[in-house]
Write a protein that binds this ligand. Sequence first.
Ligand code: C2O
Ligand code: CU
Ligand code: CU
Length: 555
Amino acid sequence: MLNRIEFTRRGFLLSAAAAATPSFALDHGGQGVPNVASANFNPDVEIELVCKRDAVPILGGKPTQVWRYVGNLVKGPPNTLTSLPDSYLGPLMRLVKGQKVRIRLRNELPEHTITHWHGLHVPMAADGHPSAAIEPGQTYVYEFEVRNRAGMNFYHPHTHEATATQVYRGLAGGLIVEDAEERALGLPSGEYEIPLVLQDRSFDSENQLVYGDDMHTSMFGFYADRVLVNGRPDYKLEVASRAYRLRILNGSNARIYKLGWDDGTPLTVIGVDGGLLEKPETKPYVMLAPAERVDLWVDFSGRAVGSKLVMWSGGFYGLVPPMAERMMGSAISMTDGFPIFSATVTRAIGESPKLPEKLSTIKHYRMEEVANRNDPIPIAITMAHMSMLLNGGAFGHDDLLPQEHIPVDTVQLLEIFHEHGHMGMGGMMGGRGMGGMGMGRGMGMGGMGMMRGRMGMGGGMRGMGMMGMSMAHPIHLHGQQFEIVSRIYEGDDEEAYATVRDGFVDSGLKDTVLVAPGERIRIVKPFQDFKGRFMYHCHNLEHEDMGMMREFSVE
Ligand code: C2O
Ligand code: CU
Ligand code: CU
């Protein structure tokens, strides 16, 4: 079932996606030529970023063939780029709010690509829209001003139908934005501020990457059998007995982690996707889905030299169908849990910064400021056999629904929920019927019968009925971060939900939200400053490539 990466197109599954997007062609969406530098843009920071093939010694012995970002700082503060030793990850970028940034992306890969700055609020031309993909040998120039508040973001390819494989091969990096409000807090910095990118990868006996090239992978996303931190296996931190800031990004294609310390020490969360919370929050564990970030305050003060804490992904279930859980029960098991990295105290330090009581100010929109407060824009997740859809459709560049037109400079209420693809079910929200999409529709639930049911802990069948096909989807919206205003559980499996429900951090600004089976989530999001097409999609990258992606036209 697992092939060494040949990365051939995925047979009938990709043709299903292709059938659903007849009008889409990789023709640069009419742009014809890649974006070039503009004479009247005067950058504070200029970076050359090359996507290329390389070989990196990840495991002992033979190096692993990867694709990676290599950066070169042409102009700007010297700490703008930091490469990670012996890692395939792209350089950590450190930008400052207000900076004008130019990035020249050069494609030295054997296929087309485009890069997206996940979390940054930038014009469409700088957002890495799939229609902007460049061919091998071409360069795409991004120019933008950093408008974000401080936070940790994520850059990665956004290539139509090839995001999952390009990220899996190694194209990914962290991008930190700093601002004055955050600096004034004096949070742990320098060696005490540690970005940690979590990814799972499988290797063959020659140390080469292995990727699942099968239907199971496309349906549920690829779950590999080792966890890497910052591109390294068996990651170990050596720390001093003082406070640290651990900034964790889930850069995995599909894997969801349930972060918690092995000794039960609760997590002190200070930030999420869109930067700092207003005040710290204590959580027994934190669920971290692909592309989500969590900023942890970890205080090793008072711990003896030699003591060790291990960050685990704790066991949970119910976020993928039971059959998938069983098939994913490899070396690192979702249901049993597994260690991610350790932190050992190796030196004693007398003083340590104190955790601030107030971290930041977040602008909360009042309902009067929301344009459609009584009529949320629906984002309906449909997952049926061989088809992953949003609002009844797959990605197609010229195929907008009425609710996908959004007036610029408005604030909108959106509701994300699971639309169950039973046979013969009537119309979808937004006026699209069940016809028209071809593959997937007619298959309904029929083909999935084997996935239903698993003997639950209590002896009953779990996963029967409506929820049988459901899985959790990390839904991401490009552009400005949003506030989560409600998360309602309407499901029928409280027992499974209890293994995850205390791990959602919904109080900060988010750009990716995990929608567990049975959940209905409302968010309030501003669409300011920039007109154009901005994507919204599932950040399970295999789902995204299958077409669980659409776009808003901000106009
Ligand atoms: Cu991180 Cu549209 O992606
Ligand atoms: Cu994004
Ligand atoms: Cu999904």
